[in-house]
Design a protein around this ligand. Structure first.
Ligand code: SF4
Ligand code: SF4
Length: 219
């Protein structure tokens, strides 16, 4: 009978087979007070046991439709990820008898800080544009997560230099809102752009991706 580590390893492989471009695992307990949770003063994970399988889907600029947002439906890319997550949770339950579920996207509804989770699962590193820079895909990846009742083996993340080392930061120059004017990302400025897009009432919304699409995406 496989142990938790072996099931997690098989689940990562299964996630890729189901359509995720990348998958990694992180202990739920580590997300409770992850860096974004501390910065926001929120609990970063409702669960403090088990493991999150973090799923990533490449959002190719050649397929902008993946990222078009509609009220009540989200984006096609997120629906693909949710489908992979549900199938993976079902597989974990049926194949290994382990309680598992796709968790909501939004933190307020029981989600987690997905970018923190992706970094803690060693899928990438946060770049100056406040996005996870992933090998090969740069910041053009969206994430979802599945919680599963397995113990994640602890491991130290390897030391790596910043993915932005030596880059002249086209991301900062590309932002129409000056969200990087102070040298640090301003969520308020970025969200103001989001509000303007929503206020037009037109759907689906083609949200700004300037800081993402301008990034050479090194890691
Ligand atoms: S454009 Fe350069 S500085 Fe900005 S996030 Fe990408 S690698 Fe980092
Ligand atoms: S998404 Fe657009 S508005 Fe927001 S930080 Fe990136 S470039 Fe600026």
């Amino acid at each position: 009978m496989p142990d938790d580590r072996e099931i997690i390893s098989a689940a990562l492989e299964k996630a890729r087979e189901l359509g995720a471009d990348l998958a990694g695992a992180v202990a739920a307990a580590g997300l409770v007070d992850c860096p974004s949770a501390i910065a926001d003063g929120h609990r970063g994970s409702q669960a403090d046991r088990g493991t999150y399988i973090v799923l990533g889907l490449h959002h190719d600029p050649e397929r902008p439709e993946l990222d078009l947002w509609e009220a009540g439906r989200g984006t096609p890319g997120d629906r693909i990820l949710a489908g992979v997550g549900k199938a993976l949770a079902r597989w974990l339950e049926e194949e290994h008898g382990v309680r598992s579920r796709l968790i909501p996207y939004r933190l307020q509804e029981g989600g987690i800080y997905l970018k923190d989770a992706a970094c803690m699962a060693d899928l990438g590193r946060i770049g100056r544009n406040n996005l996870v820079i992933v090998p090969r895909h740069g910041p053009r990846v969206r994430f979802r997560a599945v919680w599963t009742d397995l113990e994640c083996p602890g491991r130290a993340l390897p030391e790596r230099e910043s993915p932005c080392e030596g880059c002249e930061a086209p991301c900062a120059r590309a932002c129409p809102m000056g969200s990087f004017r102070t040298g640090r990302y301003s969520r308020e400025r970025c969200l103001a752009r989001l509000d303007v897009d929503k206020a037009t009432g037109r759907e689906p919304i083609d949200h700004c991706r300037a800081c993402e699409l301008s990034c050479p995406g090194r890691e």
